[in-house]
Design a protein around this ligand. Sequence first.
Ligand code: FES
Length: 198
Amino acid sequence: MSTEGKVDCGRRRLIVATAAVGGVGAVTAVVPFVSSMLPSERAKAAGAPVEVDVSNLAPGQMITVEWRGKPVWIINRSQEMLDTLVKLEEAVADPKSDGKQQPEYCKNPTRSIKPNLLVAVGICTHLGCSPTSKFKKGVEEGMPDDWQGGFLCPCHGSTFDFAGRVFRNKPAPSNLEVPPHTYLSDTRILIGEDTKGA
Ligand code: FES
């Protein structure tokens, strides 16, 4: 069960995400698409930044918010999820995102400002489908036997790890985009604007 709240604050909208924890050990995806919290049409047209409170996002969970009409994922990666990133460096096509699908300040092994929190645009870089979360490790129909968890694009089978890096030999040509963002506080993220420059 999950709930979200919202607070209007002028040109940007604060989204408060709260998600019930199903057990820290259990990797769960909480993916409420916040369609009822769209900024006003005028703000949306202007590409207003979106402010998100992630104080209640438990390890292993994710939420999806909308920014400029795009789904943006915020994932609080557990240590177990982070550990998979190192193991998968050889398996992904562009481990360091040399293709520049991220701001400079996310050019690091986790592709994020805070190691645990990934902010990524949830649109496949092949033809724009929306990948689905496949957080459970291990054998599952349609997934590789050594699957470590991540995302699967249902359209043509591209797979992405917990940093949004595409696996080798998949149709998607590049990693998922990391949008410009910044932290207003320890638990508040502003998506669509940053103080460091993308
Ligand atoms: S749109 Fe995702 S693999 Fe083609």
